[in-house]
Design a protein around this ligand. Structure first.
Ligand SMILES: [Zn+2]
Length: 477
């Protein structure tokens, strides 16, 4: 009877203590993948069995609102900082900072000046400061020294490195003796071909099929390395793409004197720096120039774009309507597909899929913001989030219920320099975790006390017998 009771007690205690243990803060492994320019509805343009495989066994968000301007560098930096462009400082692919008196240009790969990146702290740095390791295969910004550091492992940007070689590096880092817990994988397509062909071209079909095959390759390699069920794979993109036409070109030379301004960024959001004393002239000349061009003085830029409070945003911006292209004159480069337009436009929206131990299975969510990814990553990696513009509550439902909660974050409302936008520090769901641990501990202690009592009780007769045996020779002596 006693032994049966003890066995049951032990099993119960073990189960409860293991439950309590599994509720303790844990670090999940995360691999964040970006297929540049993968528009949300490319998933349905041609059969994409590998994307649908991830959706069936993981989660899918139908509508992801990215940040203005819907360009590559601003959005990739948002994904890893949770900040709007005005707050993280990478406000365009081509920028001029009047305080630093420096330029930044993706076109000329002049992107390595640390000062442009240091208005924010990307998650790989936060992850490493918490004692973890990160590895990046070409994710924009990961080969730039930011706040004096690089990712633990990274590949210097080289577009000629194949997707397969990038995957090999990622797998090596996740399976090394000191494995990374956070990986980044970037691929340039279908953006490049989307620009060249235009998203409406039937020739985009094979391009999308090729991306689906590349995802298939990644899944296959993760499975081969026994990582498929242990790494949380998040597949997203920076922006979508819309069809342009040679019939829809706005030529700035028709309205503005070239000598009156510097064109910092061109299309579809022209960033215009008027020469000294020429502001009114430039603004008035452009304000009513073209019915498909909306011109804003910096202070009049709509709040919903969160694109105002940064020195790198120029005094005048001119935003083209969807599908319209801004050129200085027709000798400039024309593209059949482009992005960068209003982030409220569906064509500008990227994909979001995820699979792994932290995520629900076969779950579809209607909408999220790309800024919400950052607090989700912080939760999974169990690191404290920096101030950001996202919301963990907005994406919490993507996670399976068994996911351990992260350490609680301090709740406060703060302001980022140069912005009047309050930034969230969100509290994590810490109460269930603490209640779980407390209850588990109490029950384990109670069972332990009962067990000790029974042990003592069952040992008393034996002790009495032994004492009798010891006592007997003494008495005989
Ligand atoms: Zn892009």
């Amino acid at each position: 009877m006693t032994s049966k009771f003890l066995s049951v007690s032990f099993i119960l205690a073990a189960v409860i203590s293991s439950t309590a243990f599994s509720l303790q803060p844990d670090q999940q492994k995360v691999l964040l993948v970006s297929f540049d320019g993968f528009r949300w509805d490319y998933l349905y343009k041609v059969p994409t069995p590998h994307f649908h495989y991830v959706m069936e066994y993981g989660v899918h968000v139908k509508q992801v609102t990215n940040v203005f301007i819907t360009k590559t560098y601003p959005n990739h930096y948002t994904l890893v900082t949770g900040l709007f462009a005005e707050n993280h400082g990478i406000v365009a692919n081509d920028m001029f900072d009047p305080i630093l008196n420096k330029s930044f240009s993706l076109d000329h790969m002049n992107i390595y000046d640390s000062e442009f990146w240091e208005e924010a702290t990307p998650i790989w740095i936060t992850n490493q400061r918490a004692g973890h390791t990160s590895g990046a295969a070409m994710w924009p910004g990961t080969d730039v020294k930011i706040h004096k550091s690089f990712p633990t492992h990274y590949m210097p940007y080289n577009e000629s490195v194949s997707f397969e070689d990038r995957v090999t590096k990622i797998i090596d880092w996740f399976t090394s003796k000191e494995p990374i817990n956070l990986g980044f994988l970037y691929w340039e397509e279908p953006d490049d071909m989307g620009h060249q062909l235009g998203p409406d071209s039937p020739l985009m079909g094979p391009i999308i099929s090729d991306i689906d095959n590349k995802l298939g390759y990644l899944i296959q390699m993760l499975k081969k390395a026994n990582l498929w069920n242990t790494v949380n794979l998040i597949i997203t993109s920076d922006h979508g793409m819309t069809q342009c036409s040679e019939e829809r070109i706005i030529e700035l030379d028709q309205y503005l004197d070239k000598d009156h301004y510097t064109l910092i960024d061109q299309s579809p959001v022209a960033a215009i720096l008027p020469k000294e004393g020429k502001f009114d002239e430039v603004y008035e000349a452009l304000a009513h120039a073209h019915p498909n061009l909306t011109v804003y003085k910096k202070e009049e830029i709509p709040e919903r774009w969160h694109y105002k409070y940064n020195d790198r945003i120029q005094p005048v911006i001119a935003v083209a309507d969807e599908g319209w292209h801004i050129l200085q004159n027709k000798s400039g480069d024309f593209l059949l597909g482009n992005h960068g337009y209003d982030n409220a436009l569906a064509e500008m929206h990227p994909i979001f899929l995820a699979h792994g131990p932290a995520f629900r299975k076969n779950f579809t969510k209607e909408a999220m913001n790309s800024t919400d990814l950052y607090p989700l990553l912080c939760h999974l990696l169990n690191v404290t989030a920096m101030p950001h513009n996202g919301s963990f509550r907005n994406v919490h439902d993507l996670l399976s219920l068994a996911t351990p909660s992260a350490i609680p974050h301090v709740q406060s409302t703060t302001f980022i320099f140069g912005s009047d936008i309050p930034v969230e520090y969100e509290p994590e769901e810490s109460y269930p975790y603490f209640i779980g641990v407390c209850l588990g501990s109490i029950i384990v202690i109670v069972f332990f006390v009962i067990f000790i009592k029974h042990l003592i009780h069952s040992q008393i007769p034996a002790l009495q017998d032994m004492q009798a045996e010891i006592a007997q020779p003494l008495l005989q002596a």
